[in-house]
Structures are given as C-alpha cells and as structure tokens.
Design a protein around this ligand. Structure first.
Ligand code: SD4
Length: 352
C-alpha cells in the first residue's frame, strides 16, 4: 500500500472515530433524573458495545415481533404467513388485524376507547422494505384501519389520509362502515364523562398500541402499527402510531422500529426513526431503543409521568426493546417458538 493511501485510510479511520465520539457526546444522558443514576454507565457500555460487538453471522429469519401480550395471537397469525413463505408486508397486515378485530383489546380497533365525544377514531400505518408506506389517522367506523393504510400505500400517490377523506377513500375501496363502540366501551366512556374529567386520559396505563415488525424468508422487513390512540383524547388528536418515523420506521439497510406509549413523546423525538438511525450508527436493537428512551427522559419535562416503549428488529433478525417504566412486554415468534419478554426499563418500578 502506498504511503498516501495509508494516510488516506488513517484519516478516514480517525474521522470515523471522531464521528462516533461526536455522536456519543451529542446524545444526552438522562442524568437529570435521580432514578437514572446508572444511565451514565449503561450509556458508556452501549457505546463500547457498538464498537466491539461482533455482528451475528447467521440471519435469524423469518421472525415476527410485536408490542404487548396481545402481540402473541397477532404474531401467531403473522407467523402463518411467514412460515408459508409469505411476505413480511402480508404478515404484519394479517397479524395486527387480530387485535383490531378483538373487542377485548381496548386500545386497538373495534372496542377501543373512544375520544372525549364518544367516537372511536383509529390511527394506523404500514411500511415495507422499499420505504413504501401508507397511513390513516382519525378514521371512524372502519374495523381494519391497517388494511386501509395499505390501500393508501398501494392505490394512491399519497402516504397519509385523515378523517372524512380517509373514510370516503375506505368506502370507495369496499371497506364496510360499522359501529366500533362496544357496550363496554360506551359504559366506560359514560362513567368517565360523569366524573367530569376535563382532560383526555393520557397516563401510564393507557398505552397498548400494537406495533409489529417482521423479517421474511427473503430477508425483507416490514412493519405495521395500529391503535385507537389515547383514551378520551380531544377529538382530532393524532398520536404517533400513524406517523411514519414516530410510531414506525423501516429501513432495509438497517432494521425497523415501532413504539408504544404516550405518542406525543415519540412525535417530539421522531422516536422510531431515531432508533433506526442509532442502529445505523452501530448500536444493536436494544441499545438503540435504550438511547431513544434516555433521550426522551432527558429532554422532555415530565416524561416520567407517561410510559414509552420501543421495540426494534435488525435486518439480521436481532430483537431489542426498552421502556421508560417497567411493565412493557413484547412478543417474539420464529421457527423456535413464541415468547413473551419483559422489556428492560429506565426508571424503577413497574406500571401495568
Ligand atoms: C398514541 N401511542 O396514540 C399511542 C397510544 C397507545 O394504546 O400506545 N395507545 O399515543
């Protein structure tokens, strides 16, 4: 190798190292929170691991991961698609349709908590390995917003449709209008209204969006996210779940991430895009989720009053998650079986 080539290589190595150090310095630590005393050490170890952890040699695929316990039956439906050699995109759509149709899941689709006016309004988005994406927000009276989001992606030149426009589009596509407010949801809403609460219920317990990520046997990633949003939200409020980058992001070069919890926090930090970009910098999925939660905790006043959780899947099938408060779990299914795991959390204590 010539001297000039060597010095060129040396310079780019130094530049790479400087970039990494700059990145580490730019990422805020959650030192302002007393419960985060261990954050500095974990942050250092995340950076160290980013430079030293060897990449896994074998890709773990197909695989599907989802937020929360209702991710177990959703993953099972997605797995049927993946195990038959189907696409990650079909898998995530079929998977999240399960909680969308289940009235016992009170935070997604049919039977979800309504807004303050008593109307169930749904947010959802879907994204594939080529940055194709589709989204709906504030969609009423359609049980499967994820399928409408997919139709937006595949049948329009747009990414996102909202409110009446989304409903008109859905009906034109053959989706059937139906009542999504179950008797149980109605009764709960009436009680909430009688209590005279002036505010939407955005708190620690209200956070069970389903976000699903899959890697198919062709090695393609896709993701879906669907929710009824914050219970008793102000009519018109849109959370992170239908926003590409906030509630979901997929980049085939790197991996995918999805989020659950108080959407305003993910919107302010473009949380899922942040997780994917941190993975691009060399962090593994769990380290990237941890950094994003730390960013939220450090930069957003009163973040600790809410829950946030991220779940990520790398293009090689590594899975990681992290949340602010204990209590967030995630479901994983691959050829070895199905598991439900508690995510590691930043703050002490568990919220269920
Ligand atoms: C939102 N992220 O609309 C969602 C909330 C959630 O079940 O997770 N709800 O902010």
């Amino acid at each position: 190798m010539t001297k000039s080539k060597m010095s060129q290589q040396h310079k780019s190595l130094l530049q790479g190292r400087r970039d990494l150090l700059k990145l580490a310095a730019a990422l805020p630590l959650a030192g302002g929170l007393s419960a985060c005393a261990s954050t500095t050490a974990s942050d250092k170890s995340a950076t160290a691991a980013a430079t030293s952890t060897p990449k896994p040699s074998a890709v773990r695929k197909p695989i599907v991961v989802s937020t929360w316990e209702h991710g177990m039956p959703a993953n099972a439906a997605a797995w049927q698609v993946l195990a038959a050699g189907g696409s990650a995109l079909d898998a995530v759509e079929q998977g999240v349709r399960v909680p969308e149709a289940d009235p016992a899941v009170r935070t997604v689709g049919y039977g979800g908590y309504p807004d303050a006016s008593g109307e169930v309004t749904l947010d959802a988005c879907i994204m594939d390995h080529q940055l194709n994406c589709g989204s709906v927000a504030g969609l009423k009276r359609i049980k499967h917003p994820i399928s409408v989001a997919r139709a937006v992606m595949e049948k329009t030149p747009h990414v996102m449709l909202v409110g009446e426009g989304a409903l008109t589009f859905a009906k034109a596509q053959g989706f059937v209008e139906e009542n999504l407010l179950t008797e149980q949801s109605k009764q709960d809403w009436l009680v909430w209204r009688e209590q005279g609460k002036a505010k939407s219920q955005i708190n620690l317990e209200n956070h069970d969006t389903i976000g699903m990520l899959a890697l198919d046997s062709d090695g393609h990633l896709a993701g879906a996210c669907t929710t009824s949003g914050a219970a008793y939200k102000l009519p018109g409020r849109v959370g992170d779940s239908p926003l590409i980058g906030a509630g979901l992001y997929v980049d085939q070069d790197v991996g995918a991430a999805t989020a659950t919890g108080l959407g305003e926090l993910m919107i302010k930090t473009v949380g899922c895009h942040l997780v994917v970009e941190l993975m691009r910098q060399g962090l593994n999925p769990q380290q990237a989720c941890q950094r994003a939660v730390e960013r939220i905790a450090a930069k957003i006043p009163n973040a600790a009053e809410a829950q946030v959780g991220f779940l990520a899947l790398s293009v090689s099938g590594e899975v990681g998650a992290y949340c602010l408060h204990g209590g967030f779990n995630y479901a994983v299914q691959d050829a070895s079986g199905a598991t439900l795991t508690d995510a590691i959390h930043l703050l002490p204590g568990v919220v269920v």
